[in-house]
Design a binder for this molecule. Structure first.
Ligand code: ADP
Length: 422
């Protein structure tokens, strides 16, 4: 049978996070990496999540890739589409959330969709259109210093309004509290008022389930992975999905383990520090990377000397002031590229050398690593921490991968991932 849900995710860890949510909801899920080619086989699963690396590329390119993916998913016969972005709404005024949403709506001839990055389980809530991370407004958190998508405005109606040709409205918490009938009415009222995208307040999983019921008829849903919470119930209601499905079984993988961290998020910095207390670590400095391949060669040689004894960590993660000083010297994009290319080469060389379990921190970083490994797809296993499942590559050699978006995970995430990974 054709997959029920087809998802287009704007980065790799975000895709994994959504796939994790779908598996927990009982949908057998495969994550494909990169735009599928027209003849690529359609996996026999309930949901396909296609991971792009389109969050920070030029908007026109993000649109082209998203539309090509949409075409493949429609040809695969999916019944509903989901455009997934980060629960911290990572984007700039140049895009890409609004531009991609516009293009998908045009292609689907969808007259209405929602934009809801809420993910209460990880502290992302939306109240009166404002996105909170834990107890703080988004713009008061470390996200204002993000290397690629600094978020300095928490009002999602404004943020998205600057990115889309469409008018953006808001469905407020008081309407959410009235239930899915009222939410549907609110959607209709917005449509009559000329608004075709609604930011939707949500502060709890219960609310996400209620909102989910109001999404059954939408061709396209956009948001973080939290909003996927309510979707499996719709599919069961429609008779497309069984009741007691175990969706997280994957083959187990043994072999040397490596952790790579290119994320500079506060959570990752804490995880690097925690791991460093008990495991060997090696730091990559973008300024050294800029001088030539020697710094990467040295990191690879270092890892080879350590991995027989147990897991080791290579990281470029640095405090915001250090990142800024580096970016001032190299440029923001160039510094990011250097680190991503370094992580990619390290991963490729060491997997060729026998590494079979990899933990990667950072969305862009993970994208670069899986690209370098030539991985086409991932089987999604059990959850390590909210938003992050253990995965195993499709094809050979099988490699166990944990791909973590910067903001996610407890301080002991790296160690926990190595324990939980299949
Ligand atoms: P996150 O998931 O935390 O956003 P990403 O990997 O998506 O992490 O983004 C972090 C970006 O910062 C990447 O492009 C990475 O290459 C870059 N980066 C990592 N370390 C440094 C550093 N020390 N200086 C400058 N940029 C860095």
């Amino acid at each position: 049978m054709a997959p029920i849900l087809g998802c287009i995710a704007d980065d790799f860890t975000g895709a994994t996070d959504l796939a994790n949510m779908l598996v927990r909801g009982g949908l057998g899920t495969v994550q494909l990496l990169g735009v599928p080619a027209p003849g690529d086989p359609v996996p026999d699963v309930d949901a396909v999540v296609v991971a792009l690396k389109s969050r920070t590329i030029p908007a026109a390119e993000a649109v082209t890739q998203s539309l090509a993916t949409l075409e493949w998913l429609r040809a695969a016969g999916v019944r509903q589409l989901f455009f997934k972005y980060c629960s911290t709404f990572d984007s700039t005024d140049d895009g890409n959330i609004g531009q991609v949403t516009d293009a998908l709506m045009d292609a689907l001839q969808a007259d209405f969709t929602i934009a809801c990055p809420a993910f209460p389980e990880t502290g992302r809530t939306i109240f009166k259109g404002h996105l909170f991370v834990g107890d703080q407004l988004l713009s008061d958190t470390h996200m204002r210093h993000h290397p690629l998508t600094p978020m300095t405005d928490s009002n999602l109606v404004s943020v998205l309004g600057r990115q889309t040709r469409r008018q953006v409205g808001l469905v407020q918490h008081r309407e959410i509290e009235q239930g899915d009938g009222t939410i549907t009415q609110a959607f209709d009222a917005l449509k009559i008022g000329g608004k075709s995208i609604a930011i939707v307040d949500a502060i709890s999983d219960d609310q996400l389930h209620v909102i989910g019921r109001a999404l059954a008829k939408l061709k396209l849903i956009t948001g973080g992975s939290g909003i996927a919470l309510g979707l499996p119930a719709n599919y069961r209601q429609a008779g497309w999905l069984g009741d007691n499905v175990v969706a997280d079984q994957v083959p187990s993988v043994v072999g040397p383990a490596l952790v790579l961290s290119g994320s500079c998020s506060a959570a990752t910095l804490g995880q690097v520090a925690t791991f460093a207390k008990t495991r060997p670590t090696h730091q990559l400095d973008p300024l050294a990377l800029a001088k030539g391949p020697g710094a990467v060669d040295a990191a690879i040689a270092w890892a080879k000397s350590k991995l027989e004894e147990g897991p080791a960590l290579i990281f470029a993660s640095a405090e915001p002031n250090v990142v800024k000083a580096t970016q001032d010297k190299l440029g923001r994009a160039a510094a990011g590229d250097l680190v991503e290319q370094a992580m990619a080469r390290i991963a490729r060389t060491l997997v060729e050398d026998g590494v079979r379990r990899l933990v990667v921190a950072g969305g862009e970083t993970a994208g670069a690593v899986v690209g370098a490994l030539g991985i086409k797809g991932l089987l999604i296993g059990a959850q390590i921490d909210p938003g992050v499942p253990g995965t195993v590559t499709m094809g050979t050699p099988r490699v166990a991968l944990a791909l973590k978006s910067g903001n996610f995970g407890t301080p002991d995430f790296f160690e926990k991932a190595l324990r939980v990974m299949p």
